[in-house]
Design a binder for this molecule. Sequence first.
Ligand code: HCA
Ligand code: CU
Length: 393
Amino acid sequence: MAPIAPSTPTSPVRPFAIIESTLREGEQFVNAFFTTAQKIRIATLLDALGVEYLELTSPLASPQSASDLETIAGLGLKAKILTHTRCHPEDVAAALKLGVDGVDVVIGTSSQLRKFSHGKSIDEIIGIARDVLPMIKEAGVEVRFSTEDSLRSELSDLLRIYEAVDGIGVNRVGIADTVGIGNPRQIYELVSAVRRTVKCDIEFHGHNDTGCAIANAFAAWEAGATHIDTSVLGIGERNGIASLGGFIARMYATDPEGVKKKYKLPLLHDIDHMVAELVDIDVPFNNYITGFCAFSHKAGIHAKAVLNDPSTYEALRPEDFGLTRYIHIAHRLTGWNAVKHRAEQLGLSFSDVQVKTITGRIKALADQQAMTLDHVDQLLREVAGTAETVVVA
Ligand code: HCA
Ligand code: CU
């Protein structure tokens, strides 16, 4: 019998593409203000990572947004450059002048948005799509049509719209969990229904208000979505969307070799830290892959097993991301195997009995005070008779 989640999956997985929206959804993060130079740095690094698409703010947002879009579209990056606009002829015409590889249009379909935002019926929405989408197709660039607030829209309305725009010949339809209300089962069912309805590709964009953004993106992919929206650290409107690193971690767990080939994973660390600095936040301690303790092991039982074979307590191999694991030994949960390993790193050799005695001392001290690795090292050196002075009392 095979395990439920094998550490090394063998079956080939269905391809997927990342639409990296730090320069669109991410710009909607409350702290975000990117200069042109910063946008170029972000775009260049994401392109080097290997994301397939970069989505940028609508050129109608502001004159600088239009000029930055043109600049980035002109960089000659491998990633396709998309812009995100209302489903409106004026917006699309402005976008098409700037050298983009595609236009992602969106229109609200939930009763809330139809009532309080644009006031259009479903038939009117289909009519607008018939006017606007051919403009993009005729320009020879990719076209995506998305329904904002898809999760709070009627399924029958969504399917009717998607069927109509598929007939017009879009490259993709987009499903957006705009308020982050969906759960993985609902997303799976919705994407499956859309998959049965359209021939074109399917994109998923999910917010994280209820903590499901990455799981939802993954469920969407499992149900047949081909394109997934992300942003660096998940930044976006409110608490944001599926994070790039989190989604990559999820896909890596599904297909490590495929994901390693597709993306230059060691760049994730720099990307997360660069964007965090630009928007004046820290990389969260518990961030996927790049959080400071993502590869730290603490309890003695964990440390012992990880020293024997890291895969016992690691779903992701830090070395595949250019990172190293850290075994934390300066605390009362420590175990003698980890202390012995540390002694060996310091070039000190002890008998097992000695290490066990030292471990007992570490535990006793750690019951009294917070300890650091320096404390432990000094204790080890002291016992080995190599320490000049004894700092730990
Ligand atoms: C927003 C729009 C959007 C669009 C998503 C999409 C959303 O509300 O700012 O184009 O698929 O979350 O609905 O980001
Ligand atoms: Cu959004």
